[in-house]
Design a protein around this ligand. Sequence first.
Ligand SMILES: [Zn+2]
Length: 293
Amino acid sequence: MTVRHQNTIAKPVELHGRGLFHGIEAAVTILPAEDHTGIVFRRTDRPDTPDIPAHVHNVTKVPRRTVLEVVPGVQVETVEHIMAALAGLHIDNVVVEINAPEFPASDGSCIEFCERLMEAGVQPLTAPVNCLQIAGCTQIDAPDGGQSLTVRPYIQNIAAYTYHLNYGVRSVIAPQAMSIEVTPESFLREIAAARTFVLESEIKALQSMGFGKHLTAKDLVVVGPSGVIDNELRWQNEGVRHKILDCIGDLALSGLSLCGHITAVRSGHHLNHVLAQRLHNMASAVFTRQKAA
Ligand SMILES: [Zn+2]
């Protein structure tokens, strides 16, 4: 299989909705862009500020979500779901305009982003994609233990994910695991509609701090002591599917099309960002060696 060419979308598309954490209404316009543009965010309500490239070196550490900023205080928040939709559908170059600090939460999954992007249509470009073919094994462990991310070589030009979700025997969320080779087709079928989940105790704590005050248990998957509250799971293992979605979105911040097998154990946004930075560094070293040869 040869390295695929870069893609954009055939025409602009729009969507809108309230953000998960802040509840602010946001209007989003996704615009086609040329080869090597990458994914670029633009705050149209702050026209005096620079564009924010979707790159791991623009990540600013905030709990429970992925936030990017170039100028202090001018951020785009909760970008992981639109990033997953773009990466999952192999859309490499777009400018994303947004008139608020946080992306619409929609139903807690990325299916609405995918639907809009497919409505626009995928437009092939001419340059080959920046592909990092993993040649050796790299593992990152969280300092507090219990979480890890490993990348290993896999079939050429294919990205595969295995995720082990296990919060211990006392957790109301049952252990789940899943493996998938990610193509646009498998992403749409198996991952894109998997929703964010949260414990009832966690959402109460967040709401007491002023976050997500507009949310009800119908807006995402809330798990209480007796199971899912006021909602039905789309899959029995919807939780692990969403963790793979987040991982795909966060690793896309490496700016690369990753070809290898990623194995995650309870990994969250922070560990995902550490691996995205490591992958970017690995690719930079490979490209420097290729230039020197
Ligand atoms: Zn998520």
